[in-house]
Write a protein that binds this ligand. Sequence first.
Ligand code: FEO
Ligand code: CA
Ligand code: CA
Ligand code: CA
Length: 642
Amino acid sequence: MSNDSIEAPAPHREGNEPFASILNRRLSRRGLLKTAAIGAPLVALSTSPLLGARLFGGASLADVAGASGHAGAGGGGPVGIESIPHDLDDTVNIASGYAAEVLIRWGDPVLAGAPAFDLNNQTAAAARRQFGFNCDYVGFMPLDPGSVRFGLLSVNHEYTAGGDMFPGYDSDNPTAEQVAVEIANHGMSVVRVSRRGNGTWYYHPESYYNRRIHGETPIVPTGPAAGSAYLQTAADPTGMDIRGMFNNCGGGKTPWGTILTCEENFHQYFANNDAVEETAQARNARYGAPGGESFRKWERFERRFDLAQEPNEINRHGYVVEIDPYDPTSTPRKHTALGRFKHEAANTTLSDDNRVVVYSGDDQRFDYMYKFVSRNAFNPYNRAENLNLLEAGTLYVAKFDDSGAGEWIPLVPDGPLAGWSLADICVFTREAADLVGATPMDRPEDIEVNPVNRRVYAVMTNNTRRTEEQVDGPNPRGPNTYGHILELTENGGDAAATTFTWDIFILCGDPANEEHGTYFAGFEQGELDSIATPDNIAFDRAGNLWVTTDGQPRALEAADATYVIPTAGPERGRLRRFMTGVPGGEVTGPEFTPDDTALFLAIQHPGERGGLDEPTSTWPDGDFPRPSVIVTRKLDGGVIGT
Ligand code: FEO
Ligand code: CA
Ligand code: CA
Ligand code: CA
């Protein structure tokens, strides 16, 4: 979902406004970047500790990848893809030599006993056994160590929209059953998937591993806020028994083979903040909670969504949730130690001393970038212990310096946060970050470590409200209509470092339009296609950056799409458009198999804004739009991008 349509939160505290910056400083910085980027040597090309860890079980990639690989190891291309046009038609288009096929659609059966999907007779009971709505993050885990043909696909169902789900939906008067169906369509599906000999993929309905997590699923909180007064409600006086996860947007994977799925716009499910006492009201307002009724109106049917009745329920949402896809009986856990904000995603790497580092962006205009460093180290031989790693550690927030340096400021009960408890920090994280002077960013989305050069790539999707007076080094355009991608280098290459340096990697837009002020890591712009509103990213094994977009129809009158951008060598910054989506639908969830022969993508909310009654898309089946996961592959079975 685009946060452009979401109510802005309360303003940041005084003294923490974005740096005032001036146009010529921005230009001189960009001039410097252009010169520096061309001949910049790469920092230590050490192999990522996560490369092997991408395969739960410890098999090395060399075991599974075979001899074929990317011609341009090191993220330097050449990427053997011919860029395609940005046509906004009602088909998924893909580069020549590749195929894009639907794998699973909204309503498809997931669990045993799921009825066939019936648009006109939806029930919550059926939806709890079927693939949910608006698929977003996609995570592939090999089913057996080293397997690239058999896996478990974990897919987020970010949010629902009654008008896109129910024929004749009346947004003023949703029915109790419609609300129950929507609650059931949230969360996540885990499905077993297999690759056939001919290279195509299918999923197994009714597999033992299949799972549906939805808005009623029991979830246990961990960490400093678990069981605290902030999480206690009339329905759960223990503060330890949460029902459901909502608005799970992006995600990530851990080295021990679990999925991190992230609650993003959780505020929009709650109503009547005006009725809450003053302190809590201000805290809720910092997250954008509506003062009156919610646009979904779930509060009419379930008291937990009414802040006037359950003022603490909102504190139980906004977390990173860890799910073990290999154990369908396991209880998902909300890790409060990673903070409470509109988590776009959560991507892990390991520090030099094997602690787990998790990067996560808070996707709101002028909000922040965070990283969590675990207290204990990852132990490749003890999965049970690793499952507790995200329960204790230090949460940091990023403060950028216009000169190209930056600092990770710990959110600890000290200095500006003296008198705060750890539970306070973990529940009211935005306020804590306001107080320590974090840098307000242009809607931080996915943040991921390049497995080859170890740099951290952070996506700022756009910020149409940043003014020219508010531009600064890391957010150099106001308004920022097209978005940009930052490239951070942790001090000494250690992910646990508390300082970093940064550069701008891509300033998005149409290079043919000088007013957009685009920049593509110094690459000659005349040859390049347009890109806007970058959102989720993934890296192939060679270190090339793959980017999906959310909002190109509005920003560029172009289809949302997937791009690939080399990060090193003479092709660094050379953008290619790999595939395009359909009207109304963003493209999300870029996820490779461990051998890079398949790239999974999600087409979220096809036909959005037209609703079911006047759909702008009938993809994928020609009758009505259905959010679906697709798999893209090279027709010759080779590595994507070669
Ligand atoms: Fe759900 Fe930040 O996109
Ligand atoms: Ca987005
Ligand atoms: Ca997103
Ligand atoms: Ca990603």
